[in-house]
Design a protein around this ligand. Structure first.
Ligand code: GRF
Length: 199
C-alpha cells in the first residue's frame, strides 16, 4: 500500500516503520513524508533516504481546515492509501478524518483511554501507575480516541523517572507501530463498532 508519514520532530517511529519496510516485513512503500516543521529531524532522515520530504508551512494557511485541505490534496495526488501520524503535533480536522476514515493511524505513548494529550508518559508517571505503555489506534474526530488496534504494556520501576519510563515505552512503540502498519497493509484489520479485530 502507498503510505504517507506525517511528523513534526525526531521521527524515531518513522525510522522504525521505514526499517521494517526495507526488511520486507511491511507490504507497503512510503510515498511522502510531510512535516509542519521545516527543521524536523524526521524530514531530514526522509531526505537522506531519498524519500519525498515535504514541508507544509502552517503560516501560509488561514486556519486548520485550510492547512488540512492542502495535506489532503497532496495525499490524494500521490495516491496515498494509509496515513501514519508519527509525532505529528497538530490536531487533525474533521475534514481530514472524513477524507481518510479508518485509514489514519496514530501512536500514543499511554495505555488509552488513560492519559490522553501531551506528555502522556509524564502524566502516567506522576499518577503513580505500576504499568504504562503505548497504543496504536485509528484516528477519529476526537483526540486520542479512535479505535484501538494494538497496545503494549511496560512496568513502571521503583527507580524510574519520567524519562526512563518514556524510553521503555518508546522501545515498544517501535515494535507495535510497524506491526500495526504491516497488518493494515495486508488488509488484516477488521473494524466492528469500537473494536478492531486482527483477521
Ligand atoms: C512518540 O512518543 C509518540 O508516541 C508520540 O510522539 C512521539 C514521537 O516520537 N505520538 P518520534 O518523533 O517518533 O521519535
Amino acid at each position: 500500500k502507498k503510505i504517507a508519514v506525517l511528523l513534526s520532530g525526531r521521527g524515531s517511529n518513522f525510522v522504525s516503520i521505514k526499517k521494517k519496510i526495507d526488511e520486507g516485513a511491511i507490504k507497503g512503500e512510503i510515498v511522502a513524508v510531510i512535516s509542519n516543521k521545516a527543521d524536523s529531524k524526521g524530514l531530514e532522515f526522509a531526505r537522506e533516504q531519498g524519500l519525498e520530504a515535504i514541508f507544509v508551512n502552517p503560516k501560509e494557511f488561514d486556519g486548520r481546515e485550510a492547512y488540512d485541505r492542502e495535506l489532503v490534496r497532496i495525499l490524494k495526488e500521490k495516491g496515498v492509501e494509509l496515513v501514519c501520524l508519527a509525532g505529528f503535533m497538530r490536531i487533525i480536522s474533521p475534514y481530514f478524518v472524513s477524507e481518510f476514515r479508518n485509514r489514519i493511524l496514530n501512536i500514543h505513548p499511554s495505555l488509552l483511554p488513560s492519559f490522553k494529550g501531551l506528555d502522556a508518559q509524564k502524566q502516567a508517571f506522576e499518577y503513580g501507575v505500576k504499568f504504562a505503555g503505548c497504543t496504536v489506534h485509528f484516528v477519529d474526530e476526537e483526540m486520542d480516541h479512535g479505535n484501538i488496534i494494538l497496545q503494549a504494556v511496560v512496568p513502571v520501576l521503583q527507580d524510574d523517572d519520567d524519562h526512563t519510563l518514556a524510553e521503555r515505552i518508546l522501545k515498544e512503540e517501535h515494535r507495535i507501530y510497524p506491526e500495526a502498519v504491516a497488518l493494515f497493509c495486508e488488509d488484516r484489520l477488521k473494524v466492528e463498532g469500537r473494536k478492531v479485530f486482527v483477521i
